[in-house]
Every structure is written in structure tokens, then in C-alpha cells.
Design a protein around this ligand. Structure first.
Ligand code: CU
Ligand code: CU
Length: 416
């Protein structure tokens, strides 16, 4: 199954950033039913003040919204592995973590009116018109950093939010929840300052303030990080006693209970509804985050994708220039890991690494498919109870069972 890799934009090469930009612009140009495809997303969000916000479905609604947008970017660009980058706003406001540069999203708006004057989405230099507006807005992108709140959420806000349980709290299951992960992450905790998600919208200001906030493309990077926060929260708490990935099953406003329908009027979702229960697993939707140190059965590592160990001391990456997977040690040292030997891989052509459902790890030639009986490389672990491929912090690549016990592992090659 195809799994795209959503990366911190700070780790994304410029050509991937420009692929993202080009796909966004292509959606903005492509017309359907009298509007362009990008603006259909702005419209959908503008009309979802209650369907997608102020309640338990906040994460689920935005997950589906982002997934639909990512699919649209892939189909308009023809790049099947194109993925949303994310912006980790909890770290310092400096390069490389800062997306507001002239070479990417543009910097702060000018002092007089907040008009963004540089970067890829400047009205005066590009073709970025705000067509879906509230009556407060101008046709150009605006930002006013730090005007509405003085600071972005920080590292401790991030960890405090991640530690919150349960997922959400009654009796109202809305912005009045006095604690719980969802309301803290969304940013409405009564009596507290605007937090986390809300605070980032407020801090960027300008076009990020009204419900038409996807007018500022940083919306996608912000919400991609919010979606990652939900994924990280699930991974953090899944072994807690009484863990529930989502609450409630009943009692919240319509659209916000576990099995309620969420309707989307989007170009690639005509007439489809989705429930929160259907989007609980981001991996099942076909994407993973760059900080996740594992691959699941049925998933593949595509050329240009990598898996970090938890501490980022090691990574394996699938080569684009030839058939093979390399192991990198932090500091840039590079070693072949699963290099094809017998039989040799295809000359000059990238291969894919797949953890098959039967437990075998295969490096295969895309021209021959993952069921090739003589793939360029394989672990030979078919019919063993493999639950994950993991990159461990000591540099081992391991196939582990459901207790995280290695069934097969491969030490790093000798240095030198
Ligand atoms: Cu939103
Ligand atoms: Cu938002």
C-alpha cells in the first residue's frame, strides 16, 4: 500500500517545496463549476465553523480535510508521493524551522496594512488572489505576526497538551470542556489564554484569523502539525489503562460523535461522508509522519523516503539513484544496508522496500512487483509473526513481533 511521508518542512529540499507550491498554484488555476479547486477548500472551511471546530470532531474533520487536499495536490500534479509539509511552531522562530522566508511562504505583512509583499504568495508579484473572503478581508494575503497574541505556543505547551487525557470531556463536549486533550489542543480551555491551535491562527494574524484561513497556505503546514499532534497523542497513550482514541460515542453536537457523518463538499469527495471512527488511524489513510520509527505490514518505503530511529541517530532511506536502501548514521556517514546482491537489482533504477503482510521484508524492482520470487534482496522472514519494521536507536534495523521483541535484526555494517 502506498504510504506518503509527511515531513517537517525544515527537512524538505527546495525542489519538494516548489512541487508543493506548483501543485497549490495548479489547484488555484483549475476551474470547476465556476470556481477554482483551491477556493473550494477555502469555502468548505469557511462553512465549517461548527462542523469542524469547537468539539470532538476538530481533529477528525481536519484530518479528512487535509487528506482530501493532499489527494487533490497529488492528482493535479501527477506526483503520487506528494505530501503536505508541516510546521513545528513549538520550536524557535529561526531557520531552518521557520517557514516564513522569501524563498517559501513569504515573510510578515507590511506594517501599514499587513499586506504580504514577498515569497511565493505575494499578491503583487504572483497570482494569489483571495476570492473567498469575509467582509473584513482584502483580495490580498495579509499577516500581522504577534499583533493579537504576543507569542506562539512553545515546547512546554506542546508537551503539556500531549500529556492530557482523556481525549475529550463532557458534559457539553464543546469549547466549554474544562480539560481534555482535544479542547486544550484546539485552544479553548475556559479561563485560559487562547492556546495551541487557536493561538497559532491568532499569532500569524491577518488572513489566518477568519474562517477563510486556508487562504494563507501556511494553514496546511499548521494543520498538518496539529494532525501529527493527534497521531503522537494516540501513540503516547495507546497503552494507558482504559485508553479511548476518541470520545464520545453519544452526547456531543451532531457531527461530533464517534459514528456521526461528516459531510464534505469537495471536488474529490462528491457525495461522500466520513465518520470520525473512519479516520482514527492516519496510517490506514496512507500517510506517515517523518518522526515515526516504524513501517507496518503492507506498507512500503518509496524512493526518497526514510525512517528515522526515535532519537534520529540513525535512518534508513530508499535510494532514488539505484536499487538499494542505505543506512545513515547521524553526522552524515552513509552505509549500504539492503543493497542488492544475488540476483543483482536493476541497473540505475530505484527499488521499493516493502514489509509484506506475510512478514517478509523485500526490496523489489517496481517493474517486477513485490511478488517477484527472486527479488534483489529479502529478509527471508515470511510466515513469521512480524508486526513492525523498526529502526532502533542503536542502529539496528529490526523486525519485531507484537511485544516489540526482535524476530530478525541486522546490525549496522562496520564503520569505515
Ligand atoms: Cu479549521
Ligand atoms: Cu485551524
Amino acid at each position: 500500500m502506498k504510504v506518503v511521508m509527511r515531513k517537517n518542512h525544515a527537512w524538505v529540499y527546495f525542489d519538494e517545496k516548489s512541487s508543493f507550491y506548483n501543485a497549490v498554484m495548479a489547484l488555484k488555476r483549475k476551474q470547476q463549476d465556476g470556481t477554482n479547486l483551491y477556493d473550494m477548500y477555502v469555502n468548505e472551511h469557511r462553512d465549517a465553523a461548527f462542523a469542524g471546530h469547537r468539539g470532538p470532531a476538530f481533529f477528525a474533520w481536519h484530518r479528512q480535510f487535509l487528506k482530501s487536499f493532499e489527494d487533490a495536490l497529488q492528482s493535479v500534479s501527477g506526483k503520487e508521493l506528494l505530501s503536505l509539509p508541516y510546521w513545528d511552531w513549538s520550536v524557535a522562530k529561526a531557520a531552518p524551522a521557520w517557514p516564513f522566508g522569501e524563498d517559501f511562504l513569504g515573510t510578515n505583512g507590511r506594517a501599514s496594512d499587513g499586506k504580504v509583499m514577498d515569497g511565493m504568495f505575494a499578491y503583487d508579484t504572483g497570482h494569489w488572489n483571495l476570492n473567498v473572503r469575509t467582509n473584513l478581508e482584502q483580495p490580498y494575503l495579509r499577516r500581522q505576526f504577534g499583533t493579537n497574541v504576543s507569542s506562539l505556543p512553545g515546547f512546554s505547551d506542546y508537551w503539556t497538551t500531549l500529556a492530557q487525557t482523556p481525549y475529550d470531556k463532557g458534559p457539553f463536549w464543546d469549547m466549554r470542556s474544562d480539560s481534555g486533550f482535544r479542547n486544550m489542543a484546539e485552544g479553548w480551555i475556559p479561563g485560559a489564554e487562547a492556546g495551541m491551535h487557536n493561538r497559532v491562527h491568532l499569532w500569524v494574524g491577518g488572513s489566518m484569523l477568519p474562517m477563510s484561513s486556508p487562504n494563507d497556505p501556511v494553514f496546511w503546514l499548521h494543520h498538518c502539525f496539529i494532525d501529527k499532534l493527534w497521531a503522537d497523542w494516540q501513540a503516547t497513550h495507546q497503552k494507558d489503562v482504559g485508553y479511548q482514541p476518541y470520545l464520545p460515542t453519544a452526547g456531543a453536537n451532531s457531527g461530533h460523535n464517534l459514528n456521526d457523518s461528516m459531510a464534505f463538499d469537495l471536488p474529490n469527495m462528491a457525495g461522500q461522508t466520513v465518520t470520525p471512527a473512519q479516520v482514527l488511524s492516519h496510517r490506514a489513510l496512507g500517510y506517515r509522519y517523518d518522526t515515526e520509527d516504524y513501517l507496518l505490514p503492507g506498507e512500503e518505503l518509496y524512493p526518497g523516503q526514510w525512517i528515522w530511529s526515535a532519537s534520529k541517530n540513525y535512518l534508513i532511506w530508499s535510494r532514488e539513484d539505484r536499487c538499494g536502501v542505505s543506512l545513515n548514521v547521524s553526522g552524515g556517514q552513509q552505509q549500504p544496508w539492503a543493497a542488492p546482491s544475488n540476483p543483482p537489482g536493476p541497473a540505475g533504477r530505484a527499488c521499493r522496500l516493502m514489509l509484506k503482510n506475510d512478514g517478509n521484508l523485500v526490496l523489489y524492482d517496481p517493474a517486477k512487483g513485490p511478488n517477484d520470487p527472486n527479488p534483489p534482496w529479502q529478509s527471508g522472514t515470511a510466515n513469521r509473526p512480524v508486526s513492525r519494521l523498526r529502526v532502533l536507536d542503536d542502529g539496528h534495523i529490526a523486525l519485531v513481533d507484537s511485544n516489540n521483541t526482535p524476530i530478525w535484526s541486522r546490525p549496522p555494517p562496520p564503520a569505515g
